[in-house]
Design a protein around this ligand. Structure first.
Ligand SMILES: O=C[C@H](O)COP(=O)(O)O
Length: 264
């Protein structure tokens, strides 16, 4: 398994959601892998998050073609093994070379009733298998309108990291994804993103001693595209992006990974 890196290296993660068969996944990974070069990987960590059914194909492609991409899954079971029909364990993801797993995406919270306790159990399951969780947090429109977005999001951070020790917390990735910005084309302003990403880092500093808050990468997600990523990445506490729709297009995702070349 390729270990996840940190020291706040920018991270661009493409969450493919329920898109791409394993054959389409191979094509997309090869398009990305053959376009991105060593200087890209020196500047940015690039991760793709295919559906479970494509993970084995992505692993083979990455290994055979010696691609610099890392990859991960979109969910993990809180259980280690056994009679849990339809679930995929952390050990299974580790065996497929997954570096990352998304935990607590708003679509899981909304359509599968995932609460903070379950998200916390999934974070533990990921760490138990040396897979780095990308923990998604963020408020819906009503909460934002009520001006309670920071408190709401920080409560989700508290819930996800309950009883997670500092040595694990320092490698976690947190993705701030305001629900109203996901798939809507309505990206948060850089100032809005910074407000919450900065507050998340502040909360990490309250929760943990030492360098945890400095080490953790906080991503922004929600309608990120090549046209807005450079401005978002200028913000002090935005360390990368969790990209949905735009990550399905190789050319667009490469541009996002090369955000430094784009006008901010
Ligand atoms: O995980 C990714 C996010 O849900 C963002 O999706 P989007 O870029 O399509 O808005």
């Amino acid at each position: 398994m390729a270990p996840a890196t940190s020291s706040r290296k920018p991270l661009m993660a493409g969450n493919w959601k329920m898109n791409n068969t394993h054959l389409e996944a191979i094509k997309l990974v090869q398009q990305l892998g053959f376009t991105l070069k060593e200087p890209d990987y020196e500047a940015v960590e690039v991760v793709v998050l295919p559906p479970f059914t494509a993970l084995r194909s992505v692993q083979s492609s990455v290994e055979m073609d010696k691609l610099g991409l890392r990859y991960g899954a979109q969910d993990v079971s809180p259980h280690a093994s056994g009679a849990y029909t339809g679930e995929i364990s952390g050990a299974m993801l580790a065996a497929l070379g997954c570096s990352y797993v998304v935990v607590g995406h708003s679509e899981r919270r909304q359509y599968h009733n995932e609460d903070d306790a379950l998200v916390n159990a999934k974070v533990k399951a990921a760490f138990a298998n040396q897979v780095t969780p990308i923990v998604c947090v963020g408020e819906g429109l009503e909460v934002r309108k009520a001006g309670e977005h920071v408190a709401y999001t920080l409560a989700q951070v508290d819930g996800a990291l309950e009883k997670i020790p500092a040595e694990q917390a320092r490698s976690v990735v947190i993705a701030y994804e305001p629900v109203w910005a996901i798939g809507t084309g309505e990206v948060a302003t850089p100032q809005d993103a910074q407000e919450v990403c900065g507050a998340i880092r502040g909360r990490l500093a309250e929760l943990y001693d030492g360098d945890v808050a400095d080490q953790v990468r906080v991503l922004y997600g929600g309608s990120v595209k090549s046209g807005n990523v450079a401005k978002l990445m200028k913000e002090r506490d935005v360390d990368g992006a969790l990209v949905g729709g735009a990550s399905l297009d190789a050319g667009e995702f490469v541009k996002i990974c090369r955000y430094r070349d784009l006008p901010a």
